[in-house]
Design a protein around this ligand. Structure first.
Ligand code: PLP
Length: 440
């Protein structure tokens, strides 16, 4: 008899620990579109892990690159030192970045990326002699990771309840989810563009535009339930930021690397921010890594304003451009290019959209939202038990259907690897449809 796994010591992240440990769900291996569970079942990955394994699991080229690097050099510092793979990874990333955003700062994940970008924004204005710009604007229901900067600009009410008033230097736009007017939109919703106007009419009016350093938004809000920007919304935000010299940061931690069928959501929307935060699929999640893509002249301001031979930006991480992460990033970006995976995602998105909307009419569905290879299915909540129905579906999807899906509140959020095949899309939505019928 194998010794039972001791789950007591690990305080699990973003998990209902007591509920999970009463009936653990364990994954033990992964390849391509599938995980294998500890009881030997094949589990179709409907979420690319956590929106991060875009090229599919265990891609041999990425595995080989990481193994090779681990053998060659495990670690080298990047403070006043360097190693070639770090520079090569930055060059490869700059090559697929929107024009102009070709300076790269490395960190280890999305949360660090967000905090890095916010610090660059604040310091940049000071460097160019505009030190009054200290306020940051985010959005309600925005998720920007778990650092203090990220939860300040993030719009998750629960963070304010648990972590209190240190998050005060930020204000927030309303989120654009409007089910009453936009339910079951295919792709971008028609209504709600005017919500962008409140940046100027409410927030800039209230705080004075000259006090605002940056606006940060997810082009598509994922973690709080797949919220899409209405048509023309991001364009308006860009125009208002331009008018008042406010930096615009796109948090592309989940939309980067082909999720919408283009390298970045900025390319999809043809709205180019001043900085892009990315992470997750940058290395296909093989090794943690995040990055901030920065407009060249913002970077150059630091280089010109700081006294010669001093550190221009007092920021960095022990593992910035870690050799294993850098090797994984170089290999991953090559795989995306050579296998043309972003275009593949674009080609598959119409089939994915049709499959998603085929669920319309099933009992207890409030809304279905989709873009690229992202879909949110919002369910009617059980009376007095928000989130319980979606959790039940999540649990049964794993145990009864062999599907890994993600739920947030009563929204089922899907974001499969970009290599998904049509039959797998059918399996994913077919399984979910069965469970929605059973739990209605
Ligand atoms: C938009 C966005 N920003 C930031 C983060 C935080 O990334 P990480 O968990 O890698 O710190 C996430 C994670 O899901 C995210 O979706």
């Amino acid at each position: 008899m194998p010794v039972p796994l001791d789950t007591s010591h690990l305080w699990m992240p973003f998990t209902a620990n007591r509920q999970y440990k009463a009936q653990p769900r364990l994954l033990v291996s992964a390849s391509g579109m599938y995980y294998t569970s500890d009881d030997g079942r094949r589990i179709l990955d409907g979420t690319a892990g956590l929106w991060c394994v875009n090229a599919g699991h265990g891609h041999p080229r990425i595995v080989e690159a990481v193994q090779k690097q681990a053998t060659e050099m495990d670690y080298a510092p990047f403070f006043q030192m360097g190693h070639p793979k770090g520079f090569e990874a930055a060059t490869a990333l700059a090559e697929i970045a929107p024009a102009g955003l070709d300076r790269v700062f490395f960190c280890n994940d999305g949360s660090e990326g967000v905090d890095t970008a916010l610090k660059i924004a604040l310091a940049y204005h000071r460097m160019r002699g505009d030190a009054g710009r200290t306020r940051l604007i985010g959005r309600e229901r925005g998720y920007h990771g778990v650092g203090f900067g990220g939860i300040a600009v993030g719009g998750i009410a629960g963070n304010r309840k648990q972590f209190g008033p240190t998050l005060a230097a930020a204000d927030h736009l309303r989120h654009p989810l409007d089910i009453a007017r936009n339910a079951f939109s295919r792709g971008l919703p028609e209504h709600g563009t005017e919500l962008a106007d409140e940046l100027e009419q409410r927030l800039l009016n209230l705080h004075d535009p000259s006090s605002i350093a940056a606006v940060i938004v997810e082009p598509l809000q994922g973690s709080t339930g797949v919220i899409l920007p209405p048509k023309g919304y991001l364009e308006k935000i860009r125009a208002i930021c331009d008018k008042y010299n406010i930096l615009l940061i796109f948090d592309e931690v989940i939309t980067g690397f082909g999720r919408l069928g283009t390298a970045f959501a900025a390319d999809y929307f043809k709205v180019i921010p001043d900085m892009i935060v990315c992470a997750k699929a940058l290395t296909n999640a093989a090794v943690p890594m995040g990055a901030v893509l920065v407009r060249r002249d913002i970077h150059d301001t630091f280089m010109q304003a700081a006294p010669a031979d001093t550190i221009e930006f007092a920021h960095g991480y022990t593992y910035s451009a870690h050799p294993l992460a850098a090797a994984a990033a170089c290999a991953t970006l090559q795989v995306y290019r050579e296998e043309d995976l972003f275009a593949r995602a674009a080609d598959m998105s119409a089939y994915f959209e049709n499959a998603a909307h085929s669920l319309r009419g099933l009992p207890g569905i409030k809304d279905i939202r989709n873009l690229g290879l992202v879909c949110g299915i919002e369910l009617d909540s059980l009376s007095g038990k928000p989130g319980a129905r979606a959790y039940d579906i999540f649990h049964r999807a794993f145990h009864e259907k062999g599907l890994l899906i993600r739920v947030t509140g009563d929204v089922i959020a899907l974001s499969p690897p970009l290599i998904i095949e049509r039959e797998q899309i059918d399996e994913l939505f077919g399984g979910i449809a069965d469970l929605i019928r059973q739990t209605a």
